[in-house]
Write a protein of this length. Structure first.
Length: 261
């Protein structure tokens, strides 16, 4: 994923505000750019070198950025400490991990836990399986909601207005099998709500299939999704569905959800 332009980080017309510029420095870092020089940060954030130097210095003093001996900057541990407080981040991962491990032991395939952030799905945990299926996933990675099993689950349980807005927006295509037609996407979302699971086949790579199920919070709302990703050629979907559902139910109960309510 590329860094967001500072104009998308909160400014509402006119010049970016001071918080916009500060956030644009942090947004310069991503999985493809975990280490940046001051010049790189300036270029990716769209800021002058002088402004970048001042903001990077402030962030480094606070601990959000760290500078190595070569003068290259990395994300600092202080951000990890703050992120650990997010209920949809580390806290959710800790509760979910035993159930994700059980799902892995039952399948020995790629297991994932994800949450929704706007129009994207964000992966917050991933256990690598033994198969060679192509999975372009790591913790913190983002993909459009419609292109993944976990994303379809999360999108299917959004508010109807949000679903319509998403379906009406341009749908990114990664393979010939990616859902690209709004009418077809609406049909798939209705099927996900009806069956309680999503099956996403060859949407991101042409060799992978995922089965995903919802994770519910104490009030019953879907707060995350769990999935297993297997080679599409020999996927045993009827076998995978109950295993993934059980994992989703277990995590939901750990979060405090009780179906009888």
């Amino acid at each position: 994923m590329t860094a967001l332009p500072h104009s998308r980080l909160g400014s509402r017309g006119g010049s970016p505000t001071a918080p916009d510029r500060l956030l644009s420095v942090l947004a310069a870092f991503d999985h493809d750019h975990p280490a940046l020089s001051l010049t790189d940060i300036s270029r990716r954030a769209g800021l002058t070198l002088t402004t970048t130097h001042r903001l990077v210095g402030a962030l480094a003093d606070w601990g959000a950025l760290e500078r190595d001996d070569a003068g290259v900057y990395h994300v600092g541990l202080r951000l990890w400490e703050v992120a650990a407080l997010a209920p949809r981040g580390v806290a959710l991962r800790q509760l979910a991990l035993p159930y994700l491990e059980d799902l892995y032991e039952a399948t020995h395939e790629n297991v994932q836990l994800a949450v929704r952030d706007g129009a994207d799905v964000v992966y917050i945990e991933w256990i690598a399986g033994r198969s060679s299926v192509g999975v372009h996933i790591r913790v913190g990675a983002r993909w459009p909601l419609h292109a993944t099993g976990v994303g379809l689950v999360l999108l299917a349980h959004c508010e109807p207005r949000e679903q319509e807005e998403y379906c009406a927006s341009p749908l990114a295509v990664f393979t010939p099998y990616t859902l690209a037609e709004p009418a077809e996407l609406r049909r798939v979302l209705a099927e996900v709500r009806r069956t309680g699971v999503a099956v996403s086949s060859r949407q991101v790579t042409d060799d992978a299939l995922s089965v995903a199920a919802p994770v519910r919070g104490p009030d019953g709302k879907v707060v995350a999704a769990v999935s297993v990703v297997v080679p599409q050629a020999d996927a045993q979907v009827p076998v995978l569905v109950p295993a993934v559902r059980l994992a989703g139910l277990g995590i939901s109960r750990a979060l405090g959800w009780r179906p009888e309510r």
